[in-house]
Design a protein around this ligand. Structure first.
Ligand code: AGP
Length: 600
């Protein structure tokens, strides 16, 4: 099984299809990097397949320059079926004419595998994905058309998947999806004539060739021979007309620029990305504020970092708008479904817009007739297209696995909505735009260098604790995620008040502890909690607008009032980046993780 992966295919007039898909796949490496594989058809030959464990970034695309006009490729994040060459995609049919790459999980693969084995098919891998080419070959026995055979095979799968299949006989690519993203790129000559088609998990794969895209929706299939393309309903085969969309952002923005890693680039982009999140259609914000005011129960739902945005949102709505909202991590939402009514409002927050747990929570809400608002970063993502309303945070492509600018964009939007609920949208907007100016001042080379030095003082520790109160408590939890996922330090976040009820037993002489502090009425309390840590030997790093004698190291942050959570998390993001680098880890592609968790 390959849960989160990068899929890419090309068919058209170009004759370096192998090279195209290798180069394009490198832009999808952030989606999974346990193994990679390419299949391409050279003239008058069967399909060539190359696959290997390890990262696609180490592969020389010039090794794939044989003349070919059709190819598919895959970069894998393994869930079931270990990291091995034979489990890498693509997978080939027994007759060698069909190769397939797959993202997602085929939940009934055991039954299909047994059925095919009983029909004499042999399996080379442990993956669920390998049932696909064999089933297509089997289906071809009862229908002559490749796309019909793919359709019939896909209709037998249970679960969420994106499949891309290549047929060497008909020189055709067929793709289908139920839940994992697939986007078509259309390449045209200057005279408008179609030159070829790309099919990928994400746009950067083909960005250098085309910015004209068509989105494959859930339950759709697409067939192309490089000259034309047809979108159909996967179940019925009915043709779906599909409009072309022009992408506005450029490839450069989607690449690293002058930074060593996407993570630092995206942290620094918060000088601009928070402002873009704030600049929303004001009427839409007011409409959403009204919808929350009038809803019979509002639920904020997300996973991981996005869930911490939701937790901060609970404080924003309580403190700014005196309004109660419910929060749940998407994977834990099911026990609450009996509270949902048609008058309820479910707000799902997701950077990628593809997180399976969030999609499942959305489906629960829609089954109950509740309205769904999506706050997402990726335009055209599944969540964005299936929600009733969508707010884009406009952070631009976030490629590092560690979510940074998406978090601050999400929180900015939630703060804006909270102010709109008390009819003070302009006040909220001003506070947030003031905060973006403070971010711009804060993220200067001297400050970054200071944070690099702070990381240098603590990067050898294996345990680290972070405390906060109010909206800084979710930021303490978020700080832990950042530090955990890129540096592999065992970091834990706590509400400051909770320490003395157990966790403080963990503190030893010299244990680094970060305190997230604002100039609010809780400052005395959190300082008190920090003194408790200090008394037990902790090495205190205070992130606060003002210094305090309890701090061993003071990381100064501007006083940003209601935007303090946004401000305070940024030095932690930088700190976690340097901790990773100083511990010899790759902050962009941490072990065991992938950017978009498209499995439950
Ligand atoms: C964040 O740094 C993590 N990579 C992860 O927790 C992430 O926030 C989570 O998987 C949710 O992703 P989404 O925002 O794309 O839904």
């Amino acid at each position: 099984m390959s849960a989160m992966c990068g899929i890419f295919g090309y068919v058209g007039s170009r004759e370096d299809a192998g090279k195209i898909v290798v180069d394009g796949l490198k832009h999808l490496e952030y989606r999974g990097y346990d193994s990679w594989g390419i299949s391409y058809k050279c003239e008058d030959e069967l399909i060539k397949i190359e696959k290997e464990t390890g990262k696609i970034s180490s592969v020389n695309s010039n090794d794939f320059c044989q003349k070919s006009s059709i190819a598919i490729a895959h970069t894998r994040w393994a869930t079931h079926g270990g990291v091995s060459k034979c489990n890498a995609h693509p997978h080939l049919s027994e007759d060698g004419s069909i190769s397939v790459v797959h993202n997602g999980i085929i939940e009934n693969y055991q039954d299909l595998r047994n059925e095919l084995k009983n029909k004499g098919y042999n399996f080379a891998s442990e993956t669920d994905s390998e049932v696909i080419p064999h089933l297509i070959q089997e289906e071809l026995k009862s229908c002559s058309d490749f796309s019909t055979a793919v359709r019939n095979a896909c209709k037998r799968f249970e679960g969420r998947f994106a499949v891309l299949a290549m047929d060497s006989n008909s020189q055709t690519l067929v793709a289908a999806r139920t839940g994992s993203p697939l986007i078509v790129g259309v390449e045209k000559a200057d005279n408008g004539k179609i030159d070829g088609f790309f099919i990928a998990s994400d746009i950067p794969a083909f960005m250098e060739y085309s910015k004209t895209v068509q989105y494959l929706d859930d339950g759709e299939m697409v067939v192309t021979d490089g000259n034309k393309i047809v979108f159909t309903d996967l179940e019925t085969g009915e043709e779906h007309p599909k409009r072309e969309i022009e992408i506005t952002w450029n490839a450069e923005k989607a690449n690293k620029g002058e930074y060593d890693h996407f993570m630092l680039k995206e942290i620094m982009e918060q000088k601009d990305s928070v402002a873009r999140a704030v600049n929303q259609d004001e009427e839409q914000i007011k409409t959403i504020a009204n919808a929350i005011r009038n809803a019979k129960g509002t639920f904020l739902i997300g996973c991981g970092t996005a869930h911490k945005s939701c937790m901060a949102g609970e404080y924003f709505f309580s403190i700014i708008a005196q309004h109660h909202v419910n929060v749940s991590s998407a994977g834990e939402f099911k026990p609450y479904h009996h509270f949902l009514q048609p008058e309820s409002l479910v707000i799902v927050v997701s950077q990628s817009g593809e997180t399976a747990d969030v999609l499942e929570a959305m489906n629960i809400a829609k089954e109950k007739g509740s309205k769904v608002l999506a706050i997402v970063n990726v335009e055209g993502s599944t969540i964005a297209r299936e929600a009733d309303y969508t707010l884009l945070i406009n952070a631009g492509p976030e490629r590092a696995v560690a979510s940074t600018k998406a978090l601050t964009g999400q929180m900015a939007v939630l703060i804006l909505i909270a102010y709109a609920m008390i009819d003070k949208l302009q006040d909220g907007k001003k506070q947030l735009l003031d905060a973006t100016a403070l971010i711009n001042d804060m993220l200067n080379p001297r400050y970054i260098d200071f944070l690099r030095g702070v990381a240098g003082q603590i990067h050898t520790h294996e345990d680290l604790y972070i405390i906060g109160k109010s909206w800084n408590f979710p930021m303490a939890l978020e700080s832990a995620i950042k530090i955990q996922e890129v540096s592999y330090i065992h970091a834990e976040g706590f509400a400051g008040s909770e320490l003395k009820h157990g966790p403080i037993a963990l503190v030893e002489e010299g244990t680094p502890c970060i305190a997230l502090i604002g100039n609010d009425e809780l400052k005395g309390d959190i300082i008190g909690n920090t003194i408790e840590l200090k008394a037990r030997g902790a090495k205190i790093i205070g992130i606060a607008p003002e210094n305090n004698e309890v701090f061993d190291t003071w990381i100064k942050v501007p006083d940003a009032a209601a935007a303090q959570a946004i401000i305070n998390i940024i030095p932690v993001q930088v700190l976690s980046y340097f901790l990773a680098v100083q511990r010899g880890k790759d902050p962009d592609m941490p072990r065991n993780l992938a950017k978009s968790v498209t499995v439950k």
